[in-house]
Write a protein that binds this ligand. Sequence first.
Ligand SMILES: NC(=O)c1ccc[n+]([C@@H]2O[C@H](COP(=O)([O-])OP(=O)(O)OC[C@H]3O[C@@H](n4cnc5c(N)ncnc54)[C@H](O)[C@@H]3O)[C@@H](O)[C@H]2O)c1
Length: 250
Amino acid sequence: MIKVSVVGAKGRMGSHVVDAVNNADDTELALALDAGDDLSQITPENTDVVVEFTVPSVSLDNVLALVAQGVDVVVGTTGWTEEKLDQVRAALAAAPREGQSVFIAPNFAISAVLADYFAKVAAPYFESAEVIELHHPNKVDAPSGTAFHTAQGIAAARKAAGLGPVPDATETDGGSRGQVVDGIHVHAVRLRGLNAHEEALFGNDGEQLTIRADSFDRISFMPGVLLAVRKVATGSYPGVTVGLDNFLDL
Ligand SMILES: NC(=O)c1ccc[n+]([C@@H]2O[C@H](COP(=O)([O-])OP(=O)(O)OC[C@H]3O[C@@H](n4cnc5c(N)ncnc54)[C@H](O)[C@@H]3O)[C@@H](O)[C@H]2O)c1
């Protein structure tokens, strides 16, 4: 059994993680902590892997504290920058246990991670490419980090294949053509009733390919969270790993 502690356990994601850990055959819940609780209760004796879903303003400090306490961490909280990742790498270099892991997934939905991957595969074969992301209206950032990443991946794949800019005769644009990420237009829709959705659109003369991922409920993230917990618990991923694609044998 993999002993899992959850930090942010009362949150929308954390409470789903608590249920997922309780319901899986190979994981058991160690500690479920939230704001105000003492993280030093988490030790290598009671916990194999910590799952952290809190808020961007506290996540780095939580991860640094947990690394110093000798436990592996799976992080779902957003807001990571290269600078923050470097701080985690430095903390891991001084960690008490050999080969400790911190795994960070900007998106745990397997459909979204696969769509992102498939978009990179498709990108070299099409003259045109655009990304549309569609979310619930409570989301505070646009475009979504996943859509931004998808556009970057499409752009990199196009560049590697020697493709030039996407065709676009637009001369006047009041903003309707969306944000341009490395030359790829990204559009954000905010609509009551939606959850998290993304389309990568590709076009050639006379044909179109649409790659679409739909996450209808937070429960869609749980298979990805459990996969990350299992992979990290093997001890085979020392250091910082970013992205669920690392665990999908793509
Ligand atoms: N990676 C993914 O696939 C994915 C998916 C959905 C959401 N998220 C991200 O996960 C994070 C959490 O989202 P949510 O919807 O569960 O938010 P939420 O506000 O419902 O939950 C956050 C929880 O963290 C707790 N918390 C705050 N400070 C804390 C601290 N210092 N120590 C311990 N707990 C603390 C809060 O009390 C709350 O219970 C956000 O950054 C969100 O963007 C990531």
